[in-house]
Design a protein around this ligand. Structure first.
Ligand code: BGN
Length: 418
């Protein structure tokens, strides 16, 4: 038999436990804890994006869209909007990242109602403190791009940024050149708005923690410090690949990125070396925050390992001032303001130049194979026409002057107050 006295004891113990639970919940961040408990009992949604995520290190991630409905209900106050807070109230820490089949761009668009033409966004209820452009070099990775857009849009909205997403698409099928596409992205983005920070972003890397703020530091920042493919560690001290962030001033100080790394490897190391040659240093977020998941894929067709990278890297000290933003030659083939991003398709030429004529006299064995200029142009034109609506095929063609000796002057001309 339980005595009356012990009944009271149990009752007090029960009330005591309730008090402790209430105290815990009412502390700062209780909403996060409540939603965490709710998620445990909730079935995963159609895309399985609300489930818990146990990564290799046991970090649990939340749904990147979880608190964005507050934003879509917020009202714009026009000119008298207050400045956004220094720390966004929407930032929640680790994000659950998975790659479900069946996701469509239409779904991404539906989930991001405040994103406007060209993939631009401004917080609806406050004046953003930062203006960030995301530059994504791209070719034949539509599948990856869709996932990146799915995660990146809400990620940036949670950080209350004014942002724009630019996809720089290399036309034709000549060897891929990631760094040169970044130079194109920099110039084209800066022509449109006065971005105060540019994030150079691989298409297959998804950020896993929204405390990894997409704003610039006083020195160039390497954001992708902890990738799953490297066991969430930096692979080597000077690594500068994946995702990096520079202000326009940083970028111009180091003469942008190299234009002559065709194929996989080395260009990111060159960029890292340029940072120190220009008298700057690399900053990084913490390993806990700078986490990224890579979308698995095989080495791309048209992006073979660059055998020249070792020799080129050895010469960066001599070449960085002569090769970079000041010598980036390209032609813009089309500029499309799509609902989720600005798509810029460019001809960046080949190792032999922008419009290198077939070599005469015919190359000797020692010179190697002649550049496939004719085929390159045939394929470029075929590919571009396929992707453009008939009415736009001519009107969207814009060409750049063949040489742009002074990019700084050009940039200034291109700035626009929007
Ligand atoms: C390095 C590559 C980088 C690449 C990383 C991670 C080179 C240059 C020769 C030293 N660098 O080895 O470009 O991002 O691996 O994969 O190959």
């Amino acid at each position: 038999m339980v005595s009356i006295q012990s009944k009271w004891r149990y009752l007090f113990m029960f009330l005591g436990i309730q008090l402790v639970v209430m105290a815990l919940l009412s502390r700062e961040g209780y909403q996060k804890r409540v939603s965490y408990f709710i998620r445990i009992f909730r079935k995963p949604d159609t895309f399985g994006l609300f489930g818990r995520n146990h990564t290799t290190t046991g970090i649990t991630g939340g749904d990147v869209y979880a608190n964005l409905s507050h934003l879509s209900r917020a009202h714009s106050h026009g000119d008298d909007m207050p400045l956004c807070p220094k720390k966004s109230p929407y930032v929640g820490g680790p994000i659950h990242v998975s790659f479900p089949s069946g996701l469509t761009l239409a779904e991404v668009q539906r989930k991001n109602p405040l994103v406007v033409r060209g993939g631009r966004y401004r917080p609806p209820d406050c004046e953003a403190r930062h203006r960030t452009a995301i530059i994504i070099p791209h070719r034949l990775r539509e599948h990856h791009l869709k996932f990146l857009l799915y995660y990146l849009h809400p990620f940036l909205q949670r950080q209350q940024l004014h942002y724009g997403i630019y996809v720089i698409h290399q036309a034709g099928n000549y060897t891929f050149n990631r760094a040169k596409l970044m130079n194109v992205g920099f110039r084209e983005a800066m022509k449109e708005e006065e971005w105060d920070c540019l994030f150079f972003h691989d298409v297959d890397l998804i950020p896993e923690d929204d405390r990894n703020t997409y704003i610039c530091d006083s020195n160039p920042k390497h954001a992708a410090i902890a990738m799953d493919k490297f066991g969430y560690k930096l692979p080597y001290k000077m690594y500068f690949g994946g995702v990096s962030a520079l202000t326009p001033l940083h970028y111009l100080k180091m003469n942008g990125f190299p234009n002559n790394y065709w194929g996989w490897g080395g260009e990111d190391d060159d960029i890292g070396v340029r940072v120190s040659l220009a008298g700057m240093y690399i900053t990084r977020p913490s390993l806990k925050v700078g986490r990224y998941k890579m979308i698995k894929h095989k080495l791309d067709k048209g992006n073979d390992i660059n055998p020249k990278r070792f020799n080129m890297l050895a010469k960066t000290r001599q070449t960085w001032k002569m090769d970079g933003m000041n010598t980036a030659e390209y032609e813009t083939i089309s500029l499309q303001y799509l609902p989720l991003y600005t798509n810029i398709t460019v001809n960046i030429g080949t190792e032999d130049g922008l419009h290198a004529p077939p070599r005469t006299p015919p190359p000797t064995k020692a010179e190697g194979k002649p550049a496939p200029v004719g085929k390159f142009w045939a394929d470029t034109n075929k590919n571009i026409s396929k992707h453009l609506p008939k009415s736009q095929q001519k009107s969207q063609q814009k060409s750049q002057p063949k040489s742009q000796p002074n990019p700084l002057a050009k940039l200034k001309e291109g700035h626009s107050e929007k």
